[in-house]
Design a protein around this ligand. Sequence first.
Ligand code: PAN
Ligand code: ZN
Length: 191
Amino acid sequence: MKTIPFSFDLTPGTFIPTAYDNYIRRQYSALKGQYLDKAAHEAIIAAGDPLSYEVYEIRRPELTGEILHGISILHPGKVGDEYAMTKGHFHTVRDTGEVYMCLKGTGAMVMETEAGETAVEFLVPGRVLYVLPNWAHRSVNLSADEDFVIFFAYPGHSGHDYSTIEKYGFRKLLVERDGQPTIIDNPRWGG
Ligand code: PAN
Ligand code: ZN
């Protein structure tokens, strides 16, 4: 772990950090139960379970005062009409926010609180998003052929709670309707 201030570059074009400590890969099977079209999801998994997204983390101690940061690269894809997405999570320590900046592609952040408030923000390169404390967040790639790349930063002690979202998914889903990204209610929430 570095003990003096440091900097790093992002590789032109791919935005992969030139130095990182941790690399996470998630295949489509990591989102079991989350996509609306279960048969289409199973078919994608059966046909080789391709890589859906990758996260490059600059590791820092998981302490208040530290800022965890890195790059997430969500590849384009569709499961039925639904766009490729990350698992999404609450932070275990609920009152911790997160800053995202879109570097490449076209996507969205789907967000909600446990009380049931929902929000969707669309992201293009150069746009910065602030995810408020207490809001679960999931990114979605709305492009047919381009990676959706974002820089993220959040407090070191946040932690990740995936299980709350895994139960019913997010209240809102992003699907293609008449060629356009469209926000619909998730039927698992009774919508
Ligand atoms: C991001 C996410 C990253 C991958 O770093 O962890 O985009 O998404 P999942 O963690 O939901 O698979 C972040 O929000 N960290 O807190
Ligand atoms: Zn987060």
